[in-house]
Design a protein around this ligand. Structure first.
Ligand code: NAP
Length: 256
């Protein structure tokens, strides 16, 4: 067990914001537990982290929406990884962009199961240890979709509003235990997010970023690093970050 180094468990580390955050945090001296469903990108990321920092990451391939698997993964962590100081609930997705009356109920289930229930399963499993140790930090990836709703965003927006509400609720419930809770709410970030939303249709996936410069995973990673490196008496509650060309979910300045 390396002295003084904080242990971070990050979900959704196989791509996008999660992958960039894992790299940045490892470079800044954190020990990383990496989770996602796809094992290969986690292995490659762990090797990269090892090469860059000399410290390997621990890999836990996991579907966060599988409650039993989450409990088992937390319960079977090796002793040297078992004290998790920071949980980053980043795994999440949007599936589809349809008017509610035409929505695919399977898409709804996936978003609710991952973005809300997965976040809850991870948090419920790891919080008792943080409470026992009297410190910890939970960082939830919300979205500007959790601040306002937009046409055809219905269920995705609802799940991110739930993340926003749960972040505020956790902060109250954990107040007497010295545990910090941060909600990070990005606007447009170019990752695999849009490709997942449009089910592999690369042409449609490019459309949200047309004629503007979106955020990238590293931009969001830097805000997460900022939040977790504040002094112990400071808690960043809620951080909204958009590209300069985006005012909110409705207004995007495009040059076409
Ligand atoms: P991304 O590139 O698609 O990455 C999503 C990550 O979540 C992947 O590593 C994926 O890994 C993982 N994941 C998805 N379902 C999972 C499950 N059931 N169990 C475990 N891992 C799962 O998207 P991103 O943009 O980095 O998104 C990260 C977070 O930021 C999400 O919560 C998203 O809602 C939020 N966000 C994104 C944007 C944006 O514009 N990109 C804006 C606001 C908020 P596997 O497929 O390997 O499981």
């Amino acid at each position: 067990m390396s002295k003084g180094k904080k242990t971070v468990w990050i979900t959704g580390a196989s791509a996008g914001i999660g992958m960039e955050t894992s790299l940045l945090l490892a470079e800044n001296g954190y020990r990383l537990i990496l989770s996602a469903r796809r094992k290969k990108p986690l292995e490659e990321l762990s090797e990269k982290i090892h090469r860059r920092t000399g410290t390997p990451a621990w890999i836990v391939p996991l579907d966060v929406s599988d409650r039993i698997a989450v409990d088992k993964a937390v319960g079977t962590l090796p002793a040297e990884w078992a004290q998790v100081d920071i949980l980053i609930n980043n795994a999440g997705l949007a599936a589809g962009l349809d008017h509610l009356q035409e929505g695919d109920i399977n898409d709804w289930e996936r978003m609710i199961d991952t973005n809300i229930k997965g976040l809850l399963y991870m948090t419920r499993s790891l919080l008792p240890g943080m409470v026992e140790r009297g410190h910890g930090h939970v960082v939830n990836l919300g979205s500007i979709a959790g601040k306002e709703v937009y046409e055809r965003g219905n269920v995705y927006c609802a799940t991110k509003h739930a993340v926003d509400a749960l972040s505020r609720a956790m902060r109250i419930d954990l107040l007497s235990h010295g545990i910090r809770v941060t909600n990070i709410a990005p606007g447009l970030v170019e990752t695999e997010f849009s490709l997942v939303r449009f089910k592999g249709d690369a042409r449609k996936a490019k459309d949200p970023y047309r004629g503007m410069t979106p955020l990238n995973g590293r931009d969001v990673a830097e805000t997460i690093l900022f939040a977790i490196t504040r002094p112990p008496h400071v808690c960043i509650n809620d951080l909204v970050i958009t590209p300069t060309a985006q005012a909110n979910s409705y207004y995007v300045q495009r040059h076409e």
